[in-house]
Design a protein around this ligand. Structure first.
Ligand SMILES: Nc1ncnc2c1ncn2[C@@H]1O[C@H](COP(=O)(O)OP(=O)(O)OP(=O)(O)O)[C@@H](O)[C@H]1O
Length: 313
């Protein structure tokens, strides 16, 4: 295994299930030693991509490489990846001690001491069969297994399901501390974009099985801005710009455009009484796969910028 190769490279990858194209012609590289957020709406293809990265599945077309090798056929590469699935199953009669005993057989770099610390931090019950764990306890268990595997590529598929806010903070803090001590590559899918944004170095956004963004966090953050105000004013300010989403409430409109927010654009908007702000990463992700122009009142409360505009009007 060499660190000259990207941790993960997909080249023209497709994965179809019958008539469904879960991934279509996906090419991307996850740089070595980064935390990469895999983002996108439900059904965008995140879990499919993660299964391919872990060598649990094969692409229908194209090539998947982990550290330059095929994770499906090259056994040492398969064992260099740890995939923590949100629906991970364990043997019926397993308790925590059984899992902690077998884990080192699958992960050469397994860290026993860290595992003991994390079990305490997440208060995982020792005397309960794992199959009876709550949703949050199962997620915490997956986090322990993923972090302590020290796998060169660790993949977390929505690792926070059922975790309370305090346990999620524990996860984020442990991830940051562990990566500082033992740098490696992490690929994590999440819908909690606002909450996890600070952990990410790199961002990949999928929409309908295709990559619509593959860039650093900073690039993703500065990719779009939102203008809100009287519809006629907003339409004038955004004419000719690539619109990600646009929502209308009565005479007000809120439009997110895919362009950097320059001082000139901000000044022009304010001069005519419109509000303008950098779109959040969450706004950018939500815009992909959403209707481009939505005047349906049923959606009004789904857009925080519009609520803001309405409240200020
Ligand atoms: N085994 C399968 N058989 C048939 N269709 C599948 C299978 N696995 C995934 N799909 C389909 O492929 C598409 C992508 O699914 P995937 O689970 O990768 O999305 P996702 O981005 O992880 O979604 P979510 O955020 O809801 O978890 C969906 O349309 C899904 O229904």
């Amino acid at each position: 295994m060499t660190t000259d190769e990207p941790a993960l490279r997909l080249h023209g990858v497709s994965r179809t299930f019958g008539q469904t194209a879960a991934l279509s012609d996906v090419s991307l590289e996850v740089p070595h030693g980064t935390v990469c957020g895999l983002l996108g709406r439900n059904g965008a293809g995140k879990t499919t991509l993660m299964s391919l990265a872990a060598g649990h599945d094969r692409p229908t077309g194209g090539r998947v490489e982990v550290f330059g090798r095929d994770p499906f056929t090259h056994a040492p590469t398969t064992s260099a990846v740890s995939l923590v699935r949100d629906d991970q199953r364990y043997p019926d009669d397993f308790r925590l001690r059984h899992l902690l005993a077998v884990a080192p057989r699958f992960h050469a770099r397994w860290d026993r001491e860290r595992a003991a610390e994390l079990v305490d931090a997440f208060r995982l019950p020792a005397r309960t069969d794992v199959k009876k764990y709550s949703r949050g306890q199962l997620s915490a268990l997956g986090i322990v297994l993923g972090l302590c595997s020290r796998a060169p590529l660790t993949v977390f598929d929505e690792p926070y399901l059922g975790l309370d806010a305090s346990a999620r903070r524990t996860f984020y803090a442990q991830l940051v501390a562990d990566l500082a001590e033992h740098p490696r590559t992490v690929l994590v899918s999440t819908h909690l974009v606002d909450e996890m944004e600070a952990l990410l170095d790199h961002v990949v956004v999928l929409e309908g099985g295709r990559v619509v963004r593959d860039c650093s966090l900073d690039e993703a953050r500065s990719a779009a801005y939102t203008v809100s105000g009287p519809a006629v004013v907003v339409d004038g300010l955004t004419a000719g710009l690539p619109v990600l989403t646009s929502r209308r409430l009565g005479g007000l409109r809120s439009t997110t455009v895919e362009a950097p927010l320059t001082p000139e654009a901000a000044a022009a908007a304010r001069a005519v009484g419109a509000q303008v702000e950098q779109a959040s990463l969450q706004d950018v992700v939500a815009a992909h796969g959403a209707d481009r122009d939505d005047d349906d009142t049923a959606h009004r409360t789904a857009h925080p910028t519009l609520e803001t505009a309405g409240a200020r009007a």
